[in-house]
Write a protein of this length. Structure first.
Length: 88
């Protein structure tokens, strides 16, 4: 099953060095902006294939988890919708 890992945190709490370290440790793609005018916001997400929610939670124990919040949500497949994997 696929899970979405939503990463929340206070963007002002991280300096450039910490962001770079988290990016390097997570080996994820990082983009810049747009920025919300709130204290805590959605900073990005990962899609993870996991056998169950316990494995998804273990995957979510990434570097940003110690500096913010990671929300784990199961994804629901809806028949007939493209899965985003066409043409790969």
């Amino acid at each position: 099953m696929r899970y979405m890992l939503l990463i929340y945190g206070d963007e002002r709490a991280l300096d450039d060095a910490v962001r770079e370290e988290c990016s390097r440790e997570s080996t994820g793609l990082v983009t810049d902006g747009p920025f919300a005018e709130t204290r805590e916001q959605l900073g990005g997400y990962f899609l993870a294939d996991a056998k169950d929610v316990d494995e998804a939670v273990a995957i979510a124990a990434m570097p940003m988890a110690s500096r913010g919040t990671v929300e784990v949500r199961p994804l629901i497949d809806i028949a007939g919708l493209p899965d985003g994997r066409e043409g790969r």
